[in-house]
Each structure stands twice: as structure tokens, then as C-alpha cells.
Design a protein around this ligand. Structure first.
Ligand code: CP
Length: 337
């Protein structure tokens, strides 16, 4: 007889999840950021590893590619004393048709205390969170949210602005530019930055930054003219065009593969409207910073010399990556301790 897999033995757990920044209190965000700051030497390998999470088991489940998020979660878990396993989706039984939820329940049954989940479907981490009892951390779900990216963006920006004592961003202005509609990074950043007092301007074409995006959070506005707002901003976060998130259109040729729908007329047209070029970067205000969550398409949304800090204002791109380890260590501690 075939039966449903039984639920894992109930273990006393003091865990909580991080599925998004929406609905999280500014107090919790600030507590994580303060802990990330104190964990930074450990996270960067400049202090002895912590044993805060000794005996805990963390499993990364990435149904989409990743360089920064997956690696930094792995390093963070190790530096906090946890055991960490990376589930290779390509080599897993997902290829035999096993669902994401069944996969998560099986991994939990092996004793995982936290699942780090990335998937192309919005809401995926919430679905897993409802199916398991262990902590679930959203590592990016479709166009929805990428909460640890939002937190590391906050940490890098607050440090650059000298606001990393209290993480109060009142009076500061951030522009998030490009393919905003597709971007979970933009959504989490807009929620997180406004929660801590900053104002956020979403910038892009009417297709990529429609007016309805103001509903993301109070304090969010939408603009279409990058040149006009650029000199007023304390920070500019550039976004990659997420070609993979635009649906394929049916081909007019019977039996042929669908045509990819491009969200832009041409790279040249896109650059004219939305790119942070060397020339535009020179018009940013003194003390302003440039950010990008990565991966960067150099020469499309952001010129290489600006990304590398060789032209224009200070680039936080590598600072963001480096903060990623400390922030994820703090999130693991917050969820599992
Ligand atoms: N910023 C970000 O999420 O990068 P990865 O896709 O490499 O994890």
C-alpha cells in the first residue's frame, strides 16, 4: 500500500522564517542589521568562527541559478557553526518529477533546521513554509521578493551614508532604475528602505515602471525621466533587464518554438532612457553612491567604469556582496537561535 510520507517527528523548535520584508517590523529589520554589523568580522573571516548555530543544519534549495546568494548563505552558515548542504536540483529527484514541496518535506525529514529556497515562481517560499515546520528563508521567488538582498542593500547603503549606528535612513533618497516590474530585488529594497525612513523613486519606461508600483509601499513614487531625478538622489540602484521573466509569445509559424518577447526595442534605445552611463554618473550629487545587486550586464544598464568605481560616484557593488555574508549570518541567527 502506498501511503503519504509521515510528518517528521515533532521536535521542539524555536525557529522563525523570513519570507519577505513586507509586513516585517522596522524593529526586526534594525535588529538584523545591527547583528549583521557585529557579525561582520566573523562573516569576513577576520575573527574566529562563531558556534552560535552549532548542531544546526542548513540546506540550500535553489531551483534557479545563483552565485552571490547561494555562496554567501553557505559561507555564512559555516562561519556561524552550522552544518550546511547544497541540494543540487539538477542532480536531485526533481528531475524525476518530485515536487518542490515533497522535496522540501523530505529534506526536513532528514533533520534540516532551515531551508534556503530560491525558485522562479512567486510565492514559492511561502508554499514551502506552509508545508514544513523548520525555518524557511526566501532566497528570491520569481518577481516577488528577495528579502536578504534587501537587507544587505540596506546595510551597505547605511554604512556608506554614515547611518549604520541607528539604521535610520530618514531624509535620504534612493532611485531604483530599470526593469523594476520584473525585479524582486526592487520590491524588497523599496519595502525595506521606506520602512527605515528613506524615500524611494522607481524609474523606468512605462512598461518597466508602471504607475501602479507605488502600491509597493508608502513613500514609493514612480518616475520615467532618469536625467531629471538623478542629481537629487543619494543612491542609485541599477537593475538588470530580466529577459527570463518575460513570457514567450506564440510563433506565427505552425510547430515552431515560441518567440521570446523582448521587453526592450533595442539595447541602444534602453541605454538612452535607463542606463547609468559614465556621462550620466558624472551628474550625480556629491557623496551619492551607485548600487547593483548583480549580476551586471556591463554596457547595458550600467557602464563598467561606473560599476567598478573608476568613473562617477562611489560604487557599493562589492560592498553589497561583502555585506551579504554578514546579513545572511544574522538572518540565520535570527531565525534559528
Ligand atoms: N543578487 C543576486 O541575487 O545574485 P545571485 O542571483 O547571484 O544570487
Amino acid at each position: 500500500m502506498i501511503t503519504e510520507p509521515s510528518s517528521p517527528q515533532a521536535r521542539p523548535r524555536a525557529v522563525r522564517s523570513l519570507l519577505g520584508l513586507a509586513g516585517e517590523s522596522p524593529d526586526r529589520l534594525r535588529a538584523i542589521l545591527r547583528e549583521a554589523k557585529s557579525l561582520r568580522p566573523v562573516a569576513l573571516g577576520r575573527a574566529q568562527p562563531s558556534d552560535t548555530l552549532r548542531g544546526r543544519s542548513v540546506v540550500t534549495m535553489f531551483f534557479e541559478p545563483s552565485t552571490r546568494t547561494r555562496t554567501s548563505f553557505t559561507i555564512a552558515a559555516q562561519r556561524m557553526g552550522a552544518g550546511v548542504s547544497d541540494l543540487s536540483i539538477a542532480a536531485s529527484s526533481v528531475g524525476k518529477g518530485e515536487s518542490m514541496v515533497d522535496t522540501a518535506r523530505n529534506v526536513e525529514a532528514m533533520g534540516a533546521d532551515a531551508l534556503i529556497v530560491r525558485a522562479s515562481r512567486a510565492g514559492a517560499a511561502h508554499i514551502v513554509g506552509r508545508a514544513v515546520e523548520c525555518a524557511v528563508i526566501n532566497a528570491g521567488d520569481g518577481r516577488h521578493e528577495h528579502p536578504t538582498q534587501g537587507l544587505l542593500d540596506l546595510a551597505a547603503f547605511a554604512e556608506a551614508m554614515g547611518r549604520d549606528e541607528d539604521f535610520d535612513l530618514s531624509g535620504l533618497r534612493l532611485a531604483i532604475v530599470g526593469d523594476v516590474i520584473s525585479s524582486r530585488v526592487a520590491r524588497s529594497a523599496a519595502i525595506g528602505f521606506t520602512a527605515l525612513g528613506a524615500s524611494v523613486t522607481l524609474v523606468g519606461s512605462a512598461q518597466m515602471a508602471p504607475a501602479g508600483l507605488t502600491a509597493i509601499a508608502e513613500g514609493v513614487v514612480v518616475e520615467h525621466d532618469l536625467e531629471a531625478i538623478l542629481p537629487e538622489m543619494d543612491g542609485v540602484m541599477m537593475l538588470r533587464i530580466q529577459f527570463e521573466r518575460f513570457a514567450a509569445a506564440p510563433s506565427l509559424v505552425p510547430g515552431a518554438a515560441p518567440n521570446k518577447v523582448s521587453p526592450i526595442a533595442s539595447v541602444r534605445a534602453y541605454r538612452e532612457q535607463c542606463a547609468l552611463t559614465v556621462e550620466r554618473a558624472a551628474r550625480m550629487k556629491p557623496g551619492a553612491v551607485v548600487m547593483h545587486p548583480g549580476p551586471i550586464n556591463r554596457g547595458v544598464e550600467l557602464d563598467g567604469p561606473v560599476a567598478d568605481g573608476h568613473a562617477g560616484p562611489r560604487s557599493l557593488v562589492m560592498s553589497q556582496v561583502s555585506w551579504g555574508v554578514a546579513v545572511r549570518a544574522a538572518v540565520l541567527a535570527d531565525c534559528l537561535r
